[in-house]
Design a protein around this ligand. Structure first.
Ligand SMILES: [Zn+2]
Length: 88
């Protein structure tokens, strides 16, 4: 019984490693469908271990700005904080 569970975990090791990646479903399908051919298992493992593509995060201030003194959100285009009067 232990050997069966260990074998299943070993078979789905690439899917377990890549479960939090953007291509998790693709890794799982390659692992499930082609894992029995050892080459498919190795490909799924390499895919799961490969580095995630870097996506830069851009901040686009469209809703307003936060006051440095009190932290209240002022509407976009405002020059002074509505709560404390400090320049934003
Ligand atoms: Zn303020």
């Amino acid at each position: 019984m232990f050997f069966l569970i260990f074998s299943i975990l070993l078979y789905f090791l690439p899917a377990l490693i890549g479960r939090h990646k953007a291509d998790a479903m693709g890794i799982f399908l390659v692992n499930l469908l082609f894992g029995w051919t050892v080459i498919g298992w190795v490909i799924a493992l390499i895919w799961a271990c490969a580095a995630e593509r870097y996506v830069p995060v851009r901040f686009v201030p469209t809703f307003g700005r936060f006051c440095c003194q009190c932290g209240v959100l002022s509407p976009y285009g405002a020059h002074f904080c509505a709560a404390c009067g400090r320049a934003v």
